[in-house]
Design a protein around this ligand. Sequence first.
Ligand code: UD1
Ligand code: CA
Length: 469
Amino acid sequence: MILAAGEGTRMKSETAKVLHRVAGRPMVEHVLIAARQAGADPSVVVVGVQGSQVQARLEKFDEGGTVLFAEQKKRLGTGDAVMAARAALSRFRGDVLILCGDVPALPASALKTLVKEHRKSGAALTVLTAILDDPQGYGRIVRDGEGRIAAIVEHKDATTEQRRIAEINTGTYCADWKKLLAVLEEIRPNNAQGEYYLTDAVKLLIEKGARASAVVHGDHREAMGVNGRRHLALVGRVMREQVLGRLMDRGVTIIDPDSTFIDATVTVGRDTTIYPGVTLEGETRIGKHCVVHGGTRLRSVRVGNHTVVLDGTIAVDSKIGAKCQVGPYCHLRPGTALGDECKVGNFVETKKCSLGKGAKASHLSYLGDAVIGRGVNIGAGTITCNYDGVNKHQTILEDGVFIGSDTQLVAPVTVGRGAYVGAGSTVTENVPNDALAITRVSQRNIEGWAERKRQRMAREKKRRAKAAK
Ligand code: UD1
Ligand code: CA
């Protein structure tokens, strides 16, 4: 069960808190994935504020497991949120893992440990705790003389002495569903926040003679709950470390983890090296033996094996083949598809553009709405004039075409297989296979022109100097 109905007032946001992203996913999605990996099925997500958006985001997880949604009508507290899930779990028997949608960094392994310890101890409810240097804002774990958990006291309700307790509630529990249900009804909102606290279940269970237990999670940074934007940044750092750690374990070299930003949704192949200042986002898939240099941002880009991406490249929704060289300072806009062994370099912008195997556009070009064949060579400064102010038109460069530097290709236009276009041409008509198209004005040399100009200027200067006297 994932509690995700809260508004997150402290975020000061128009977006529901659990939909704020860390490492490329909304927080609540990380929580659902961890729950699933820990073996929880079905999952019930308690939604409220922007419930339909939360639901829309998580519905895809209904494959390979069941995701149910329960609506909490009013935000009356975490205890009430669990009550809201009763109908969805009316026939459920067994242990429920209860997680907070705003605690995204806890890995599945921590949840597995919690379930295992819960079953071993035979407690009615087991809470996952952590020891924090700064426990400010969290519920504190109050233990009795024998070190057993006795209650959870919210920060706002805690005495000065209790506030000194460093052990906090991570908001993560494993509970016998039937036993928990039996005490849920007894929770009363007589506390500083006037809320139904799920945490009161601990005390109530103990009063009923049931047992509560606590498991300490060793990595306190992973236990962090996000209430404001400062937490969001801190949790982001923790989750990035997790992602980078996993990649390094799988054989990716990351030169400087502190300045590398890779979403949890990204995959990178073995023996690939990532330089500092790289950002990889969305569904980006990088192959093996690649090198991605600094200042590059790739969003949902597929990169084949043995490709080098040089510094300062930005690419979105594109494909880059194997053994390519891209950059420095390239902009591959959506719909770019580079075949294998392509070279797209220095200040080239592409959009809805495919390049066949071995095609090259090495310098200063704009290639939009273009189908470019195998082995095509595009000279520096080539521009596809794809837009007439109303519509976009296509440029087709067939296999083996050679485009001289500073050419404008006024679309729609096709340059046939093996044809050449002379440098500085403005191509407005189709070019037949194997032809040479050349449209520039032929050159005229005027002998002595420069010398005569210099003499004229010298005379003029003398005259002015005289007039000034
Ligand atoms: C809660 C715990 C606190 C713990 C902390 C861990 C309670 C009373 N307190 O405090 O002991 O240390 O989490 O991060 O449980 N939610 C609902 N409906 C509601 C209220 C909250 O679904 O009516 C959801 C929120 O969306 C959120 C989660 O429950 O995902 C926790 O709510 P939040 O208000 O952030 O509780 P905390 O004050 O952080
Ligand atoms: Ca919280």
